[in-house]
Design a protein around this ligand. Structure first.
Ligand SMILES: NC(=O)c1ccc[n+]([C@@H]2O[C@H](COP(=O)([O-])OP(=O)(O)OC[C@H]3O[C@@H](n4cnc5c(N)ncnc54)[C@H](OP(=O)(O)O)[C@@H]3O)[C@@H](O)[C@H]2O)c1
Length: 290
């Protein structure tokens, strides 16, 4: 049987300070339905996190709003004391007041409280990577970033990152503080943020695609065909495309199942041919032409 290890995806540097395997885990799906409340099966959620680490996953993405708080609490329960080298990247600035609801709050006051809360739940003295979850339309972007920079100076955050941002946001933030990663929605079939990926590539900023397994009907047809040729699954092909898109890509597929986790991590060793890569890259045009 093929070895399953996130190591096979290679390494990626975060701000030249930390290095992680280039296939991480997204811990949003461990909560209850609607990213709300506890998981239906708590034991299974804890098992997924422990299995991820066994498979050499050493980058876990979460947020205070997943549950809310549930995802961070599960991570600490499953993995604390943390194995050496495990990087937990959490986020703040986007709250979860009810199932499937989001509200902004990236005010300095809220971000300070959010960081304190995450430190407590994750049982950490310092958060390795803290991501502004999304810019708040009623708070000056610089005020949110400045707060994170202050929290870094105070030793509560090690590295600062952004999520759901444009290139302009990244440039504005980088004038104030180093930005180590950007997390936007992205997959081979969903390429709105291609220009942000290219920008991150240029400046060696990690790009973390969320919803990395997303694919519509037409994309599914192409995926299925390529998957059959590799005796792989369509989800593995979608991940292999991302890993090949750029060395700064750090996918974080999310799942609540050990079986799906193993399938996703196994994609670290799947290599597409040039032709397969290009066929998948052309899917958005194919969709537009139908
Ligand atoms: N920054 C942001 O605004 C933002 C937004 C959304 C997500 N995220 C982060 O990105 C991570 C990934 O995004 P995502 O969870 O939306 O999308 P995803 O990883 O593309 O997809 C997750 C969905 O796919 C299913 N799945 C996973 N692996 C599978 C497999 N091998 N076979 C079949 N189904 C599979 C999961 O269900 P099962 O549980 O049944 O496997 C789940 O419903 C999240 O966990 C979170 O950490 C960030």
């Amino acid at each position: 049987m093929k070895q399953i290890s996130a190591k096979l995806a290679g390494e990626i540097s975060l701000g030249k300070e930390l290095s992680v395997h280039r296939l991480g885990f997204g811990a949003m799906r461990l909560t209850g339905d609607g990213i709300w409340g506890p998981p239906k099966d708590r034991k299974a959620a804890l098992a997924v996190l422990r299995r991820a680490v066994e498979l050499d996953v050493n980058f876990i993405d979460t947020a205070d709003s997943y549950g809310p708080y549930v995802s961070e609490e599960l991570i600490a329960e499953a993995l604390f004391p943390y194995p050496k080298g495990l990087v937990i990247a959490t986020k703040g600035g986007w709250n979860r007041p009810g199932p499937n609801q989001w509200t902004h709050d990236a005010t300095p006051d809220h971000l300070r409280k959010a960081v304190e809360g995450s430190l407590k739940r994750l049982k950490l003295d310092r958060i390795d990577v803290y991501q502004l979850h999304i810019p708040d339309p009623v708070v000056p972007f610089e005020a949110s970033v400045e707060t994170l920079a202050e929290l870094r100076d105070e030793g509560k955050i090690r590295l600062i990152a952004l999520s759901n941002v444009t290139r302009e946001h990244i440039e504005r933030a980088r004038r104030m503080v180093p930005i180590v990663s950007v997390q936007n929605r992205y997959s081979f079939a969903d390429r709105e943020w291609d220009y942000v990926v290219d920008y991150c590539d240029l400046y060696e900023i990690a790009f973390i695609p969320w919803f990395p397994l997303g694919a519509g009907k037409v994309a599914g047809e192409v995926l299925n065909e390529i998957a059959r040729a590799h005796q792989a699954t369509p989800k593995q092909v979608a991940l292999a495309w991302l890993l090949r898109r750029s060395p700064i890509m750090l996918p974080i597929p999310g799942t609540s199942s050990v079986e799906h986790l193993e399938e996703n991590v196994a994609a670290a060793s799947l290599h597409l041919t040039d032709e397969e890569y290009e066929r998948l890259a052309a899917v958005p045009e194919l969709v537009a032409s139908r």
